[in-house]
Design a binder for this molecule. Structure first.
Ligand SMILES: [Zn+2]
Length: 88
C-alpha cells in the first residue's frame, strides 16, 4: 500500500531522524571519547592505532547524522526517502 507523504509524515520524519541521530551521536561520542582516551594515554603505539580510527569514525558518524538532520528538514525529497511511514 502506497500512502502519500503528508505534512504529518514530514514532521514525524524530522523528529525520527533527529532522535535516531541523537542516539547515534551519543553512542559514537562515547566511542570517540574512548578513542581520544586511548590516543592520549601514554603507552604502546597500539593505543594510537586503535584510538585514532575510533575517534575519526566517531566524528564521521556525528557529522553524518547532523547532515541527515539538516537534509530531512530542508530537502523534502530526502525526507520522503527516509520516511518510516512511507516505507513498506
Ligand atoms: Zn511519508
Amino acid at each position: 500500500m502506497r500512502s502519500t507523504h503528508t505534512v504529518f509524515h514530514y514532521i514525524l520524519t524530522i523528529v525520527w531522524t533527529f532522535l535516531k541521530g541523537l542516539l547515534d551521536s551519543l553512542l559514537w561520542t562515547v566511542v570517540g571519547l574512548i578513542g581520544l582516551y586511548l590516543f592520549y594515554s601514554s603507552g604502546s603505539p597500539y593505543n594510537i592505532l586503535i584510538g585514532l580510527p575510533l575517534l575519526i569514525i566517531g566524528l564521521g558518524v556525528i557529522v553524518n547524522s547532523l547532515g541527515s538532520d539538516l537534509l530531512s528538514v530542508f530537502s523534502p525529497k530526502f525526507n520522503q526517502g527516509i520516511c518510516p511511514l512511507c516505507k513498506n
